[in-house]
Design a protein around this ligand. Structure first.
Ligand code: F58
Length: 795
């Protein structure tokens, strides 16, 4: 509830404030102002309105000595901030009016904002949704991350191939942040440890300063704002004056350049060894700065007795990336605050928690003991102490150690140092218990809990899909935005012809705007009546974009063979980036673009089949694509996608899902009803067995005529130079680690069921209604309430 509705500014006062900031903050008169100047003036106007609840929240948390939640994450994939803030303050009508009286185009202003792309994909976007929900629920919380100067790379296609360019969102003033030069911490690296009378002291050989940059995150209805505190790296000595005076300017600037490297770039989910040391340093940089800040605040509010830390502080580690928090917290408590090892260990365990986001063995972090010893020598000692203590206290089997084969296993470290460990969907949590952490689960049977992911309905419904949001407001009232379970009220309208008509209309508006955009940007002419079939996510073998494009080729071949058939027109949309070093994923991108060029130019099939692959998929693009989708592709190999969150956004926006029993798809299907979900493919258990069957790929391909045709057309060079694809074809025939071949026929048949269903538009709309109506569970508000109760013990 808003405390005082009269505080909401009028359109007139917004316009006045915008003009004020244009003149006094931007230093520009309206006659010379660019879109950028106006956008900054609008942003400062909105920021002013956020500052009051932000400060009030801080004061309340401090005065009432409330327990705080700290979310440590190497990634926050925020996207744009301005529109989200306007929506959460419920200022859309006033702002629209204000901007129109100033003669400005609102869309132009909003579109001028660069995405804050400080993340790779789902894990980073989840962190951003959590920040928004924590504020919406009024939970005192801080997000801690790194202020990367360059977020996720920009993607473009040249000759169909991905080309990466640096992203530079900070190349212009960022109006949302407040720099806090008084909150700066020294972060050490390397050097050695001296032990005198049992008291160890780490003498780092290098150090940098972590400086805080704060962005307020406003919650729904503007009552509460938390802080996203991002650390920027600064050199301890700004400048080597000696060298400068000697005329060696490059060398004089070296310390600064080296230090800044730490917060220069977001690590792209990479497969190479390069940058490993830098990545470890980045992880430690974030973690140490955050923990020093947390302890400083605790002491300021509660005094020196750190025994109460777990009562006032709950720390969540977003994956293993900040798992060095275990040894670092112990180090700070022991070496800097004089606690004993057993005390420090106990307090740390009652404060820290860890979320696992992947079962893929190659994604579980490991550091060589050599590198760890070089970069963080004191931490390596403490890790050994944690490991010894765990061995002694649990009598565990030898293969459960943190340090094994000269490697530090960050998953084990995070698990052993956490009060609670959580998976991100029901299936994933079961698999965490039975596979990666099976032994540790046996030793600590109460530690693993499930918290199925969620997404914020403010951004992913109200902001992204205004036509649907309006229809929902008219049909079930506006309460759904803060309480997504109210969507359930739509079930009563699933047979109401007028409602279904209006729903179709809303989807149609989104499809039309997307079609216009695709025509303008890519030259792809899409028919808004076609079925919009969308797969958007990071490019990865396990997500199986290859399965989708092979099915597209096989379908094209069939349409070509009988062009007068009763085909359902489809637009296949792809979006996603591949890690720069991940050649198979990059080959699939190339293939999709090659196939798109051939198919889109085919006069025989073009009224039935088109492909669009807009480059540089990001949060803002997702906000346009998802509301226009009829069909959501969630086709990962079962057992590989921890949860998925895109799948939830599509469901909320009325797309039906074609998917496997993987991640949160399982829960989506249970909730929307199996009859309103297009299921295909092996289960996780069957997939594991199939993978163990020698020659599974070849056997499956030999049984599938459609798949053979698709592979043959690629090999013949129908879509581009075949030699580009020999390695991919060879891998598909002979290895196929993600079982594209084994699931192909079932997927193809399932797509034909989709076609049949789409022909009955009334029934499709009914199913779409039931999908939306059943999606309340996937609000990140529900997820955060789960963490509060099961893990953080707050509220
Ligand atoms: C994703 N992980 C999971 N990792 O794949 C997805 O199923 C889940 O829904 C989501 O987390 C949220 O729980 C993910 O996005 C990364 O991007 C890593 C970043 C660091 C390098 C390795 C990949």
């Amino acid at each position: 509830m808003r405390p005082d509705l009269t505080e909401l500014p009028s359109a007139k006062s917004l316009a006045d404030q915008i003009l004020y900031h244009l003149t006094h903050t931007q230093g520009r008169g309206p006659e010379f102002a660019t879109v950028f100047d106006w956008r900054l003036a609008v942003s400062y106007t909105i920021r002013d309105l956020i500052v009051t609840p932000w400060m009030a929240g801080h004061r309340a948390s401090r005065d009432q000595k409330l327990k705080r939640v700290y979310y440590l994450s190497m990634e926050f994939l925020i996207g744009r901030i301005l529109e989200d803030a306007i929506i959460n303050l419920e200022l859309e009508p006033q702002m629209e009016e204000a901007l129109s009286t100033l003669g400005l185009d609102e869309h132009e202003i909003l579109d001028d904002e660069p995405d804050a792309a400080l993340g790779n994909g789902g894990l980073g976007r989840l962190a951003a949704c959590f920040m928004e929900s924590l504020s919406s629920l009024g939970v005192p919380a801080f997000g801690y991350g790194i202020r990367y100067e360059h977020g996720l790379f920009r993607q473009r296609f040249e000759g169909g191939q991905q080309v990466e360019a640096p992203e530079d969102w900070l190349n212009q003033p960022h109006p949302w942040e407040f720099v806090r030069i008084d909150y700066s911490y020294t972060i050490g690296f390397k050097g050695h440890v001296e032990t005198v009378d049992g008291q160890s002291t780490w003498l780092p050989g290098e150090s940098v300063i972590a400086r805080a940059y704060d962005t307020p995150v406003i919650g729904w209805q503007g009552n509460w704002a938390n802080t996203l505190r991002l650390w920027g790296a600064q050199p301890t000595n700004l400048f080597d004056l000696h060298r400068f005076n000697a005329g060696d300017y490059a060398a004089a600037a070296e310390p600064e350049a080296l230090a800044r490297t730490l917060s220069r770039v977001l690590y792209p989910d990479d497969t190479t060894d390069q940058g490993k040391e830098l990545r470890l340093k980045q992880e430690y940089f974030l973690t140490s700065a955050a923990l020093q800040d947390i302890i400083r605040r605790f002491v300021a509010e509660h005094g020196e007795n750190l025994a109460h830390l777990p009562d006032k502080v709950a720390i969540q580690l977003n994956d293993t990336h900040p798992a060095i928090a275990g040894p670092e917290l112990i180090r700070l408590l022991m070496d800097e605050h004089g606690l004993s090892f057993p005390e420090a260990l106990d307090l740390s365990r009652r404060t820290l928690n860890y979320t696992n986001h992947t079962l893929l063995p190659e994604a579980l972090e490991r550091w060589s003991t050599w590198l760890m010893g070089q970069v963080l020598p004191r931490h390596l000692q403490i890790i050994q102490m944690i490991d010894d203590d765990h061995r002694a206290s649990t009598h565990r089997p030898a293969h459960v150690a943190i340090v094994q084969h000269d490697e530090v296993r960050m998953g084990e470290l995070a698990f052993i140092m956490a009060g609670k460990v959580n998976g991100v969907s029901a299936l994933h949590t079961d698999l965490v218990r039975s596979t990666v952490f099976a032994d540790l689960h046996k030793l600590h049977p109460d530690r693993i809990v499930n918290e199925t992911n969620g997404v914020t309905p403010r951004r992913w419904l109200r902001l992204a899909n205004p036509p649907l949001a309006r229809l929902l407001d008219q049909t079930i009232g506006t309460g759904w935005t803060g309480d997504l379970d109210q969507l359930d009220g739509l079930k009563a309208h699933a047979a109401d012809a007028a409602f279904l008509e209006a729903l179709r209309d809303a989807k149609r508006q989104n499809k039309e705007s997307l079609s216009n955009g695709l025509l303008a940007d890519l030259g792809v002419k899409a028919d808004p009546d076609a079925l919009f079939d969308v797969q958007v996510k990071r490019m990865h073998e396990y997500k199986r974009q290859l399965l989708n494009i092979l099915e597209t080729i096989a379908l094209w071949h069939r349409i070509h063979a009988s062009p007068n058939g009763d085909w359902v027109p489809r637009l296949k949309i792809f979006g996603g980036k591949a890690a720069p070093g991940y050649w198979i994923a990059k080959t699939v991108i190339h293939l999709i673009n090659d196939v798109a060029r051939t198919i889109n130019d085919d006069p025989v099939t073009s009224k039935y089949l088109k492909i669009a692959y807009p480059p540089n998929y990001n949060v803002s693009m997702a906000e346009k694509l998802i509301p226009a989708a009829d069909l959501s592709e969630q086709i990962s190999t079962a057992g590989k996608e921890a949860s998925g969150t895109g799948n939830m956004k599509f469901t909320m926006n009325g797309a039906l899902t074609i998917g496997t029993l993987d991640g949160a798809n399982v829960e989506i299907r249970d909730l929307v009803g199996p009859e309103n979900f297009f299921l295909f493919g092996l289960t996780a258990e069957e997939a594991a067995q199939e993978k163990a069957r020698p020659g599974h790929a070849r056997l499956a391909i030999e049984k599938s005529e459609d798949m053979q045709v698709a592979l043959q057309l690629i090999a013949e060079g129908r879509f581009g130079r075949p030699e580009h694809y020999y390695a991919l074809l060879d891998r598909t025939w002979n290895d196929d680690p993600f079982l594209v071949a084994s699931d192909f026929d079932d997927y193809f048949a399932c797509q034909r069921r989709v076609d049949a269903a789409y022909k009955d538009s009334r029934d499709w709309d009914r199913m779409s209604t039931l999908n939306i109506a059943s999606s309340g569970f996937f609000s990140s508000d529900r997820t955060i309430r789960g963490y509060m109760k099961d893990i953080w013990k707050v509220g």
